[in-house]
Ligand binder design. Sequence first.
Ligand SMILES: C[S@@+](CC[C@H](N)C(=O)[O-])C[C@H]1O[C@@H](n2cnc3c(N)ncnc32)[C@H](O)[C@@H]1O
Length: 361
Amino acid sequence: MSLLGRAADQWRSFRNGLLSSPRFQKFAVDFPPFRPVSRARSRQLFDLLAGFTYTQVLYCTVKLGLIEMLQGQPLSSQAIAARIGWPTDRTERLLKAAISLDILERTSTGEVTLGIHGAALAGNPWIARFITHHSLLYADLTDPLGVLSGTKKQNQLKDFWSYSDQRNAADYTALMAASQQAVAAEILAAYDFSRHQHVIDIGGSNGTFLKAAAERYPRLKLSLFDLPKVTELARANLGNRFEIHGGSFLDGELPKGPDCATLIRIAHDHDDAAVATLLAAVARMLPPGGTLILAEPLSGLRATAPVADAYFGLYFAAMGQGRTRTPDEIGRMAKEAGFARCELVATRNPVVSGLLRMTMP
Ligand SMILES: C[S@@+](CC[C@H](N)C(=O)[O-])C[C@H]1O[C@@H](n2cnc3c(N)ncnc32)[C@H](O)[C@@H]1O
């Protein structure tokens, strides 16, 4: 262990001894210079404890359509109650909760309008779609220990992401397409595809990323590969501008020709053995010097840890497969698959997507 590592561990142990001591806690509250820190820490701890109720408030606000209702049009509590068909006192309880969380806000005349988070949601409707989709995860998380330990086998999320028989292909494709605009914007801002001739989006869903790429690079040849039922949806969305291939990337070869492949929100859906199979298939498909762009939330980065490790940690546990990985973990798997290099490319907002560029020898 390095000297720095040992010093950090010693500090951690000293700090934890102090923070868990009732005498120190009393001192920190009583001693005025420490008070702002102790207040902030207890607020953070309370947020951890109460976060699930915040999420339910957000869910109810979105589910009742309050974001659209109040966009550009403040309303009184009574008017909102009349529109949603709830008694005014019940409505007021929800409004107060949403106002306390800055989802909504009261105007100077006492009406209710969007708060900072509500306004941001109004500008990103795909987030609302995920919020309502979370009703499946809430149902699974009635037994969080079972979900995390793997003893709870029947999960609604597992049923939803039906890759094996694609019975929910239309639903999961619609969910992905809604958020893909935001993801595509991150990828296209972070990586210049003009150096390539032919790009294939593997697991390309209904082609929302390819459409955005085609707009930016009109001369780039673009192909899509996905499961057969999803490619039917892609065909309806894309028309003839793109080559579309149906099949499973876990089973057989990928179509040769592209000098660049993209895997957008694909690897994290799968366990290590499947990702190894997929990366090997991409490596066999690419020509010497070819590139693979892998874009998804990455683990091990401080800025995105709660999203990558807490949110997606539980999400993939409920889904019954997949996990977020660190750039190093993916880099090691890429080398085993035959890639020469794997490097992290900075994105503007790593919460929306991280990005790794892998190159063939
Ligand atoms: C989480 S979605 C991501 C879709 C899209 N790349 C995006 O970011 O919006 C995963 C996609 O991978 C596809 N997929 C899953 N397993 C597959 C397999 N074995 N072969 C081909 N595609 C697969 C799914 O049908 C789905 O479209």
